[in-house]
Design a protein around this ligand. Structure first.
Ligand code: F3S
Length: 403
């Protein structure tokens, strides 16, 4: 691999032991994947949730701290595994919480911005079109690549720490323009789409295209940022889709032919029947919902407003819970707007800064869960042995409130 003088200095230890260790890892990775050189990355989105990094991730983060490492590019943080406000009341073990706290402290010492969210683009980490970044968490990666037109691979946790310490990643995968071309044409013929439809469409696309790049035609002009967020999150869950193009909506598809002058390798049509069938498939529960979960990916300010409107003046049924996942940044804004009060006075809890799927949900008594998120509906049954009801947000609220 060809390295710049600065990259060679890091590799030789001129900038300290932490960047040297990180560069050694990145150079080896680049050699394995045949990268010709490094790219400079403008920001990192890294993971610090103990629920998926476990002891190995904790050791790595603490090793970088012991080596005196500092993140040299703006680095934001994925959600934690537990909610600092509520972990005690929902039965999380002290030992688990203590390890999560050590991991949290380690990344703060390294210089991470404590946004604790999978939607860092709503919390100040907003790369521009064409900019290289190094992000982790599949929904955030999809959003960065597809909706913002930035460039990142689905960077594994440890490698992302290396990127944040050096500002570099090997030029491979989606950093190379030729790997960003569309491969599968998906024609959507289903008229106006609800929020749940975008989620469901993402599931269908992910299952059909795997790790290829879909070009999604026929999305209505009314598609909003949250709709595109859900589409990408779902496609990255049921498949390994890290980038999609949507002509008329996403920037790379508007800058030129998303297929780069080539014919699609495959064509796929999705109509109302396919959306209905997939929605049915995601419903695995036979009983009534005990727990509702929303905010996967984390709820935005408009979603908090919508939920507050649905819950205002209502109370959850006895024995029912509703957990709302969002970022601390959005929480603050929603609090200032009065949405937090409208949501919590119903009995719902706002779990800001953490994530249900990587939490120890299996330790709680809830076994039938209702959600408005395809990603949650897709992962929760396998991660936590629960049954799912998959529904629009308004249906979810109706199922949980009342006498
Ligand atoms: Fe975010 Fe956790 Fe869902 S990281 S996308 S809330 S699985």
């Amino acid at each position: 691999m060809e390295l710049t003088a600065y990259e060679n200095q890091m590799l030789e230890g001129a900038h300290g032991p932490a960047p040297r260790f990180a560069m050694e890892v990145l150079v080896k990775l680049g050699q394995i994947y045949g990268a010709d050189r490094m790219v400079e990355v403008a920001s990192a989105q890294i993971m610090a949730h103990y629920g998926s990094l476990h002891d190995a991730g904790l050791e790595l983060a603490e090793k970088f701290v012991a080596l005196g490492g500092r993140f040299i590019i703006p680095t934001t943080e994925d959600p934690l595994s537990i909610c600092e406000r509520h972990w005690r009341d929902i039965g999380i073990a002290e030992e688990y919480a203590a390890k999560q706290e050590r991991l949290r402290q380690a990344v703060l010492t390294l210089g991470a911005q404590p946004v604790w969210t999978c939607t860092p683009y709503f919390a100040g980490n907003l790369p521009r079109f064409g900019q290289n970044v190094s992000w982790a968490e599949s929904s955030a990666v999809s959003f960065a690549n597809s909706v913002l037109g930035a460039r990142t691979n689905r960077t594994p946790a440890g490698l992302n720490y290396c990127a944040a310490l050096t500002g570099r990643m090997p030029r491979m995968g989606l950093y190379r323009p030729e790997n960003r071309r569309g491969q599968v044409l998906v024609r959507v013929e289903a008229g106006e789409l609800s929020s749940l439809d975008y989620n469901t469409l993402g599931l269908i696309i992910g299952k059909s295209v795997g790790n290829r790049v879909p070009v999604v035609e026929g999305l209505p002009d009314s598609a909003g940022v949250d709709d595109l967020k859900y589409l990408g999150a779902a496609a990255a869950s049921s498949g390994v889709v890290a980038l999609y193009h949507a002509p008329g909506l996403t920037p790379e598809a508007m800058a030129g032919d998303p297929f780069g002058g080539e014919e699609p390798l495959e064509r796929l049509r999705v109509g109302r029947d396919e959306l209905t069938a997939m929605r049915r498939e995601m419903n695995t529960a036979s009983g009534e919902a005990e727990l509702g979960v929303v905010g996967c990916p984390h709820y935005s300010v408009p979603e908090m407003q919508q939920l507050a409107g649905l819950l205002k003046g209502q109370r959850l049924k006895p024995g029912r819970e509703l957990w709302v996942y969002t970022s601390p940044t959005v929480y603050e804004l929603a609090q200032g707007m009065g949405c937090v009060a409208d949501i919590t006075s119903s009995g719902a809890r706002i779990m800001d800064g953490n994530c249900l799927i990587i939490s120890p949900l299996g330790k709680t008594p809830f076994r039938t869960i209702i959600t408005d998120s395809a990603k949650a509906a897709y992962y929760l049954p396998s991660e936590h042995e629960v049954q799912m009801i998959y529904a629009e947000t308004a249906e979810l609220v109706s199922a949980l409130v009342g006498e």
